[in-house]
Design a protein around this ligand. Sequence first.
Ligand SMILES: Nc1ncnc2c1ncn2[C@@H]1O[C@H](COP(=O)(O)OP(=O)(O)O)[C@@H](O)[C@H]1O
Ligand SMILES: [Mg+2]
Length: 267
Amino acid sequence: MPGSDRKTAPVAALDIGDQPFVQVEKVSKKFGSLMAVSGVSFGVHEGKICGLVGSDGAGKTTLLRMIATMIRPTAGNIFVGGLNVITQKAKVKEVIGYMPQRFGLYQDLTVAENLDFFMDIYGLSGAERTRRRDYYLGFSNLLPFLNRKAGDLSGGMKQKLGLACVLVHQPNLLILDEPTNGVDPVSRQEFWDILAEMKQKGMTILVSTAYLDEGEKCDQLILMHNAQLLTIATPHEIQANLPDLEEAMIRRIQAVDNALAEDNFGS
Ligand SMILES: Nc1ncnc2c1ncn2[C@@H]1O[C@H](COP(=O)(O)OP(=O)(O)O)[C@@H](O)[C@H]1O
Ligand SMILES: [Mg+2]
């Protein structure tokens, strides 16, 4: 079968030359009169991890949901692997794995049953189904817990199961919204080890996080504030000569807020 090789390849290649794999062009999203995302543009190249950081309400989730085809931008364009997320939504869904902020595992189903549910959706069967189950549950250290109900897993294990569920169809782009929120440090490390392994396979990863130590593991960081993109740079560039990334982020956000306050005062 001609398609079978592509199916078993870790990540199927899409020919987009040296274009960024994710391209966000002047994207805005309004909810009524509220501007949740305003004129945001950036690109993420294939095989890179791009971190999205910023204050609460900055627009991170809204931006990720637009890239994941869940909501439409009010203005602007988004391309994933050269595909337009609005006009080619179905095709885009095939190449992405999206784990929302509150990922819906079936709490009353076991680990194995939750994964089965997703493998059914993607029509996986036979030896390939078994291979992927063993692989994705194996590196999540979930194989000993196949018969445990998802509702009885620890926070970190739940998130790893969620990740396994969005990985079984082997997406080119992984979109994760604060996947390690509230997870203990050891499980967070394990979660990031899995992301590093996926990156090795050529997967592109877009991940929002409130933990700045995770920001350091990204190839590029986007700092959002008040619906806008403040900075896009490597963690090293953003930290510059400050003691840590957290301090650097806070200073940038405060500088913008202070400038805004002076503007308002002056007028
Ligand atoms: N469906 C929605 N309807 C109305 N307002 C929304 C909706 N989703 C998000 N918002 C608002 O948009 C802004 C950005 O929210 P969000 O994208 O969730 O930010 P973040 O993920 O950075 O915390 C917030 O002011 C939020 O209240
Ligand atoms: Mg959010």
